[in-house]
Design a protein. Structure first.
Length: 267
């Protein structure tokens, strides 16, 4: 695909999303009312009668063809939410956490620079929130503090500045896990306390093209710290709610970047 065709595809997507020349994103009020009381489900569905994930619900209320990749929504936020939707353990929790986001997502599709900013926000959250939480569970408070005190990661330069500390944190977490003989605890640590970390990693993939080492090291530090804690017999679930609320706040901030107005239609 040449430059012209690539740019044309971006423009068409933007027009469909209602973000050019001050136009507005449309939400179908009748359809929005129709999904109230319905629970979100795991995986993909062929129609609303079969069920819906969070992004399929967005395509429905926006009046788009049924899809979990609606053109009206931010690709970065959608990647985050598709992963989190499927990782959550039950429909009740899925609906409670993700359902309120549905009417806010139409109109969030944006240009590449905005999507990259959003992706860096997910990366920053993974590095400075989730990784320190995992490190603290493993008793690695010093490494946790070093990551938490990093300058906000918002571009390739700030990501590069974080390489040394994230690399050291990953090494320390791996050493702690293996010394504690926690290698058998991988499945134990994967519960709803940590599913959102992988969702954030999915949202950060665009930034990872520029900051791949930081992305991988932060994920490893968060995950291996949780493995250590699980192998040591710690219950990870009491802290799950705080992490999940923090993730919702992150999505809120990602939505608000260059978000246009919305219009409610009743047809």
């Amino acid at each position: 695909m040449n430059w012209f065709h690539a740019r044309f595809a971006v423009v068409i997507r933007a027009i469909h999303a209602g973000i050019i020349n001050g136009s507005i994103a449309m939400i179908n009020e009748t359809r929005l009312a129709a999904i109230k009381g319905r629970q979100l489900g795991k995986g993909s569905h062929t129609s609303i009668d079969q069920g819906m994930c969070v992004m399929e619900a967005v395509s429905y209320v926006a009046g788009e063809p049924w899809s979990d990749r609606p053109a009206c929504a931010s690709a970065t936020i959608a990647a985050f939410l598709r992963t989190w939707n499927d990782a959550l353990p039950d429909d009740e929790k899925r609906t409670r956490l993700l359902g309120p986001l549905i009417p806010r997502l139409p109109g969030t599709a944006a240009d590449d620079s905005t999507e990259l900013r959003r992706s860096y926000m997910a990366l920053d959250w993974l590095v400075r929130v989730m990784a320190p939480a995992g490190l603290e569970l493993a008793g690695l408070e010093e490494h946790a503090a070093l990551l938490r005190d990093l300058t906000e990661i918002c571009d390739e330069l700030t990501a590069s500045a974080a390489v040394e500390n994230t690399r050291a944190a990953r090494k320390a977490a791996r050493r702690a896990a293996w010394e504690a003989s926690c290698a058998a605890s991988w499945d134990v640590a994967w519960d709803d306390a940590w599913d959102v970390a992988w969702a954030a990693a999915s949202g950060a993939r665009k930034a990872a093209r520029e900051a791949g080492e930081v992305w991988q090291a932060a994920w490893d530090a968060a995950w291996v710290g949780a493995v250590w804690a699980a192998g040591a017999g710690f219950d990870l679930k009491p802290t799950a709610a705080a992490r999940q609320l923090s993730a919702v706040e992150l999505i809120d901030r990602m939505i608000e970047i260059d978000k246009p107005a919305q219009s409610i239609v009743s047809t």
